[in-house]
Design a protein around this ligand. Sequence first.
Ligand code: ADP
Ligand code: MG
Length: 265
Amino acid sequence: MTDTSNAPMFEIENLHASIEDKEILKGVDLTINAGEVHAIMGPNGSGKSTLANVLAGNPAYEVTEGSARFFGEDILELAPEERAHLGIFLAFQYPTVIPGVSMANFLRMAVTNTRKARAAASGDDRPAFTPREFRRLMREKMQLLHMDDSFATRYLNEGFSGGEKKRAEILQLALLEPTLAILDETDSGLDIDALRVVSNGVNKLAHDKMGTLLITHYQRLLNYIKPDYVHIMMGGRIVQSGGPELALELESQGYEKLRANFAVA
Ligand code: ADP
Ligand code: MG
């Protein structure tokens, strides 16, 4: 057994990944500690979604080099649900469509499964929630997030707007209380409502025990969330890191100057 007691919460090191034999990630390095909110931004095609997919364990992507360690343990060989059981939240896990399942019931199943697995792994034998306890917890989290009570009784995915899908995701995040949250904010369907839900959620839920990685395709998101660190991804690498001011600089200057500096496509 390696001694991992001093390992950072999450450390991505020299990560290379390919899809269909084309190398997309070309050596990503990133360290996240408890309590920190990190944002990754970058132009289209720079590899942001690829990074999110690799961290989530999407089998279409092949990791060819490097590691992503959670408290010293490489997660890249683990199945997506095993990553979740360690306490990593990797975006909303949609079930294959089950007709007639309400949000509340779906979340209770999802949260109970994850809790059980996490409890088993840590030797803690907290019993699963009773429906009543779960309802109370859910109500508490929904109030924290300013979500309307009626949302709990909505049927899963039936005509969900972009904002409602985001509500489901943020509520799942709130209930799971992960140690590390990795959110990939694709720009598809992210209307202003969805943007507010995500930013309000991250601002409310980020705390000193959790690390957050927000992969954003949408610069405007950073007007609502103040990350501690901003990283710019280009050509499959993080080419620059800084504080929140970096996002503002980019907003005024765009990526052109960076592109010239780093000579990447
Ligand atoms: P971003 O999210 O930063 O816009 P992506 O990770 O989606 O970037 O894409 C990075 C590069 O990988 C792009 O050049 C894109 O064309 C390529 N790519 C992404 N997905 C696939 C795929 N399924 N097959 C082939 N190439 C892909
Ligand atoms: Mg993308």
